[in-house]
Design a binder for this molecule. Structure first.
Ligand code: ZN
Length: 232
């Protein structure tokens, strides 16, 4: 199962590399904006915003007409968030960010797909974003579904969302423990971080430290985002 997922990761990365020239042409209209933040600065900004959110002390930054006008000519988001579609986990709100701050890719189960990887590559390669966060969350319906679906059928026959989570479910079952669902949620985040780190489009940047990929988990009640893969 694990091999299958890695094979999938290599496949989408290869396809992306092939498509890179075309994407570059499409995105040739370079997006202007403020100098890019370092990965450390970007992560600090996310954590600080999440602290405001937890305390009900949101500053609701960058939501005014002046900001819309500033952004009309281009964008330079400081972080990419790969997160679940769950209505309880909207990245801009839980990190207390406004327009132009976050480049968000959302789908149930927060897994890496080809289109998702291409989207993330656009932010990293063309918008100057130097931090990627994979964000899972407590009580994720996609992980719950995978916990039941991955048992009875081979991953190849499952919907893509479940098939992408099955390796984490397998690891969680082997690991054991009291809370299989919680373990699978965290392992799924870690799997997606590894897939991104090993992607040919990001691996050099990760190795030289100019790009950081972190994994995190959101707690529904406290509102806290906890870092589970620091990228260090
Ligand atoms: Zn979810």
């Amino acid at each position: 199962m694990r091999t299958m997922q890695l094979t999938f990761a290599v496949m989408i990365a290869t396809l992306l590399t092939c498509a890179k020239m075309q994407l570059s042409a499409v995105y040739a209209a370079a997006d202007a904006g403020a100098p890019a933040m370092t990965p450390t600065q970007a992560l600090a900004q996310l954590i600080e915003g999440n602290r405001r959110f937890q305390r009900d002390a949101n500053s609701h930054p960058h939501l005014h007409a002046k900001r819309r006008s500033e952004l009309a000519g281009g964008q330079s988001p400081f972080a990419v968030i790969l997160s679940c579609s769950d209505s309880r986990v909207p990245p801009e709100l839980i990190f207390d960010q406004g327009l132009g701050g976050l480049f968000v890719v959302r789908l149930a189960g927060n897994t890496v797909t080809r289109a998702g990887l291409e989207s993330i590559d656009y932010a990293v390669g063309h918008l100057g974003t130097n931090l990627i966060m994979v964000l899972g969350h407590e009580s994720c319906g996609a992980v719950k579904g995978a916990l039941s679906e991955c048992v009875s059928k081979p991953a190849a026959g499952l919907p893509e969302i479940f098939a992408n989570i099955c390796p984490a479910v397998d690891q969680a079952r082997r690991k054991g423990g009291d809370n299989l669902e919680s373990s699978a949620i965290d392992l799924n985040v870690t799997d997606q971080v590894k897939i991104l780190e090993r992607s040919p489009v990001f691996e050099k940047r990760v190795a030289d430290g100019s790009l950081k990929i972190v994994g995190a988990r959101y707690n529904l009640e406290s509102g806290k985002v906890e870092i589970i893969n620091s990228g260090d």
